[in-house]
Design a protein around this ligand. Structure first.
Ligand code: HEC
Ligand code: HEC
Ligand code: HEC
Ligand code: HEC
Length: 156
C-alpha cells in the first residue's frame, strides 16, 4: 500500500490508543456492570452509598402520624386522606429538629389549586368538587369554615 494510505491510519491508531490510556486513568475502577446485570447495573458502585447518604427532603405521611396522630387520624377518614401532609405543609427535611416547625398556609390559593372549578372538562381534575373562586365566600379563608384535615360537608 502507498504511504498516503498508511499515514491517516497511524493517526487513527494513535487516537484509539490515546482514548484507551485516558480511559484507564480516568474511569474509576468500580465503574462497570454490577451484580444486577446490564439493565440496572451499569454504574459506579460507590455511587450507591452516596445516594443513601443524600438527605431526603420528604418523609411521607406515615412519619407525621408518629407525633401528629390527631391530624393523621381525622384526615385518613376524610376525602383528603389521599393527599400527603407535605403537599400542604412543605417538605419535612429533619423536622422536628431542623426545622422545628413546618409552615401553615391558610391562604385560599392552597385550596384553589385543586378546588377551583374548571370550565373546560378535560381530565379527572374535574371530578374534584369545584367552586367558583370569586363567588364562593370571596375574601374569607377557606379554613375559617372548612377543616382542611376533615373537609366533609356533613359536619358543617
Ligand atoms: C418526632 C415528632 C414529630 C414528627 C414525626 C413530626 N412532627 Fe410536626 N411538630 C412536632 C413538634 C414538636 C412541633 C412543634 C410544636 C407544635 O407546634 O406542636 C411540630 C410542629 C408542626 C407544625 C406546626 C404546628 C403549629 O401549630 O404551628 C406542623 C404543620 C407540623 N408539625 C407538621 C408535620 C408534618 C407534615 C410532619 C410529617 C412530615 C410532621 N410534622 C412530623 C413534632 C413532630
Ligand atoms: C389540604 C391541605 C392539608 C393537608 C393535606 C394537611 N394539612 Fe395540616 N393544616 C392545613 C391547614 C390549612 C392548617 C391550618 C388550619 C387552621 O388554622 O385552622 C393546618 C394545620 C395543621 C397543624 C397545626 C394545627 C392543628 O390542627 O393541629 C398541624 C400539626 C398539621 N396541620 C399537621 C398535618 C399532618 C400531620 C397532616 C397529614 C396527616 C396534614 N396536616 C395534612 C392544611 C393541610
Ligand atoms: C391536592 C388536592 C387538594 C387540595 C390542595 C385540597 N383539596 Fe379538598 N379535596 C380534595 C379531594 C381529592 C377531595 C375528596 C373528593 C371526593 O371525595 O370526591 C376533597 C374534598 C374536599 C371537600 C369536601 C367536598 C364534599 O363535597 O364533601 C371540601 C369542602 C374541601 N376538599 C375543601 C378544601 C380546602 C378548604 C382546602 C385547603 C385547605 C382543600 N380542600 C385543599 C383535594 C384537595
Ligand atoms: C364562610 C364559610 C366558607 C368559606 C370561607 C368557604 N366555604 Fe366552601 N363551603 C361552605 C359551605 C356552607 C358549603 C356547602 C354549601 C355550598 O355548597 O355552598 C361549602 C361547599 C364547598 C365545597 C363543595 C362544593 C360541592 O359542590 O360539593 C367545596 C369544594 C368548598 N366549599 C371549597 C372551598 C374552598 C376551596 C374555599 C376557599 C377558597 C372555601 N370553600 C371557602 C362554606 C365556606
Amino acid at each position: 500500500m502507498k504511504r498516503h494510505v498508511w499515514r491517516p491510519l497511524y493517526v487513527v491508531i494513535g487516537l484509539v490508543a490515546f482514548i484507551l490510556v485516558f480511559r484507564f486513568f480516568y474511569v474509576p475502577t468500580d465503574f462497570g456492570v454490577q451484580e444486577r446485570g446490564y439493565t440496572f447495573g451499569y454504574h459506579r458502585l460507590q455511587n450507591e452509598q452516596e445516594w443513601k447518604d443524600y438527605p431526603a427532603k420528604f418523609k411521607g405521611s406515615a412519619y407525621c402520624a408518629e407525633c401528629h396522630d390527631e391530624n393523621a387520624t381525622s384526615i385518613a377518614e376524610s376525602g383528603h386522606g389521599i393527599i400527603p401532609c407535605e403537599d400542604c405543609h412543605g417538605a419535612a427535611f429533619n423536622h422536628p429538629e431542623d426545622p422545628e416547625t413546618l409552615s401553615i398556609d391558610r391562604g385560599r390559593d392552597l385550596c384553589l389549586r385543586c378546588h377551583s372549578q374548571l370550565l373546560m372538562p378535560s381530565s379527572q381534575r374535574n371530578d374534584l368538587p369545584g367552586i367558583d373562586p370569586t363567588g364562593h365566600n370571596a375574601g374569607i379563608e377557606c379554613a375559617d369554615c372548612h377543616n382542611p384535615h376533615n373537609p366533609s360537608l356533613e359536619d358543617m
